[in-house]
Design a protein around this ligand. Structure first.
Ligand SMILES: [Mg+2]
Length: 573
């Protein structure tokens, strides 16, 4: 790597340099791939931490959400909501993860990373732009805990749809009179905030006291995906000398049932207890509290399910089950320091954001929706081609116009076509569009993924497709002026804009300065000069510490323990 230039530019085609034209960047099958936001050297990972629900145990969709929805409507009727609610049926085409619920106006909002509202739904009604503008000046809202609730997890999907169903029911039922912030029936006023609180409390009740878990445990095959590659993955992690750690918020009984189901393959792998796949198991972790103060670390009696009294002081033993604790205590007992932990979870806040921000763990986000998202991305190629054609037609209209143009060209037909294609594309994902975007704008969820997940994939089993010495490299994050300008386009000096700021001391006008700069270091110089660094200084590209990076920059040119580097096998995702 000379002059700090990467050997292969991952996303910018070098059309100027013909010698690079035949270079191919190998990419794995999209469904097997792990995507990269920040570089990660897998061979530096000594501890693989796993969440359980929706990470190891992937619930079958939509049957699991539908079951959760049915339990939720029964609970709401139990606490006094109309029995008509029992007629609600879960529609998987409606909800998408990551919406914000506005407790004041009762709206579900799809927002971008800055809080600009992309889509606004009241019940089942999509608000028109001028209606959104009336409620939210500049179609903008700030994320405030008192007002907004982020429906972040896959467990929130039934609740998202239930909130739409409830508000649609009250809005369309003539017996209820509507106000801006709720509904009134006889002498009762229900604010959207109180409706939300009831729904939220009902969901919490289902998870802690209701039949959700017992229904799941009674019919595991119906609700939970099982894959015989999971035991292989866990064994391979331990074979390379790394440790496997399970950290789940679920209790012991539920964890025991789920993990027994997931890891029990007597015909293939012999009779093995599920705990034999783990170096450490923590249940009742209470994430995200686990990453902050945590709770008391106790030992679970696996015969009775009872917890030991007092703090467990260690050591942590494989085969034992621990309850509670904190990231600090468990890390200390395991000997993990932070950046040598890769934590795999599906919860952007509880698993990923907190472990990254507070503990500096490397993070691997599981996004089960990625399979569908990639399917639309590839199967709807025709629509993306149409978008390109429309953009091309639009650029043709403006091609020969400049500031002297007085006649406004008619772009109404093209704008209509553009809106139609964008809408068709959005609907290919579901009624509320993609998890990651609305039209060309990225969602709040997408920005959280980019910010906090070092790597992400649809399944943890995608790890099976990479060697444990793998160097994950992030594609370059391009600004619009980099993404739309080819390297050769700005070589014509005559077309340079009139404002040109030189950053070279040898350019014209700077000769005097250049002549003052000493050619060799001298201790006698009265004025000191900055020296250009001799090697790469942007250490974030590899996501490692400075010390680690000096090793990693060497490994680009040399042979590391298991992998030989050459331009042909530099792995760019
Ligand atoms: Mg989870």
């Amino acid at each position: 790597m000379s002059n700090g230039e990467p050997l292969i530019s991952p996303t910018i085609p070098n059309t100027h340099n013909t010698s690079n034209q035949n270079l191919k960047v190998f990419k794995r099958d999209p469904q097997h791939r792990i995507f990269v936001n920040r570089g990660l050297h897998l061979d530096k990972i000594k501890f693989y931490g796993f969440d359980m629900d929706y990470t190891l145990a992937v619930y079958k969709s939509p049957v699991y959400e539908s079951m959760g929805f049915d339990h939720l409507k029964a609970r709401l009727v139990d606490i006094g909501y109309p029995t008509d609610f029992l007629r609600f049926e879960f529609d998987p085409a409606f909800p998408v993860r990551g919406l914000w619920f506005d407790k004041i106006y009762g709206n579900l909002l799809k927002v971008d990373s800055h809080g600009n509202i992309l889509v606004c739904i009241h019940g089942f009604r999509f608000l028109k732009p001028h209606e959104v503008q009336e409620l939210y000046p500049n179609k903008y809202i700030q994320l405030e805990d008192n007002r907004l609730y982020v429906l972040n997890t896959l467990f929130n999907i039934p609740e998202t749809y239930m909130l739409a169903c409830i508000i649609n029911y009250f809005e369309t039922n003539k017996e209820y009179s509507k106000t801006k912030t709720g509904v009134t029936y006889s002498n009762i006023h229900m604010s959207f905030k109180s409706i939300f609180q009831d729904a939220r409390a009902a969901v919490d009740w289902l998870h802690s006291h209701g039949d959700l878990k017992s229904s799941t445990m009674a019919n595991l095959e119906k609700y939970v995906h099982k894959d015989d590659r999971l035991p292989i993955l866990l064994d391979r992690i331990r074979q390379i000398g790394a440790k496997t750690v399970l950290i789940t918020n679920s209790g012991y009984e539920y964890t025991d049932k789920i993990m027994t189901y997931l890891l029990d393959f007597p015909e293939k792998y012999g009779s093995r207890h599920w705990t034999s796949y783990w170096d450490c198991v923590v249940v009742d972790a209470m994430k995200p509290l686990f990453f902050e103060d945590g709770t008391i670390l106790r030992v679970v009696d696996t015969e009775t399910g009872a917890l030991s009294i007092g703090h467990h002081l260690g050591p942590l033993k494989s085969g034992e089950i621990y309850s509670g604790g904190s990231c600090e205590v468990v890390s200390r007992l395991l000997g993990a320091k932070g950046s040598d932990v890769l934590y795999v979870g599906d919860h952007i806040f509880g698993d990923i954001l907190k472990s990254k921000k507070i503990r500096g763990w490397r993070t691997f986000l599981i996004i089960p929706e990625l399979t569908t998202e990639l399917q639309v991305w590839t199967e709807k190629k025709q629509l993306f081609d149409n978008l390109t054609r429309i953009e091309s037609a639009l650029s043709d209209i403006y091609k020969h116009l400049d500031s002297s143009t007085l006649e406004r060209p008619d772009t109404s037909i093209i704008s209509q076509k553009l809106r139609a294609v964008v809408h068709e594309l959005d609907m290919s994902y579901g009624m509320l569009g993609s998890l990651f975007r609305s039209g060309s704008r990225q969602t709040f969820f997408a920005s959280q993924v980019r910010r906090y997940a070092d790597i992400y994939a649809a399944s943890i089993l995608n790890l099976l497709h990479y060697p444990f010495c793998y160097m994950f490299r992030a594609p370059a994050m391009l600004m619009p002026h980099e993404a739309t300008v080819d390297h050769y386009s700005v070589n014509d000096v005559d077309s340079m804009p009139i404002v040109f700021r030189s950053r070279s001391s040898s350019d014209a006008g700077c000769d005097a300065l250049a002549s003052k700069r000493p050619r060799e270091k001298s201790t006698e110089q009265a004025v000191s000069w900055p020296e250009p660094p001799l090697k790469v200084v942007h250490i974030h590209d590899d996501g490692d510490s400075e010390e680690d990076n000096s090793e990693s920059s060497l490994s680009l040119h040399s042979v590391n323990s298991n992998c030989t580097f050459s331009p042909d096998n530099e792995h760019i995702n």
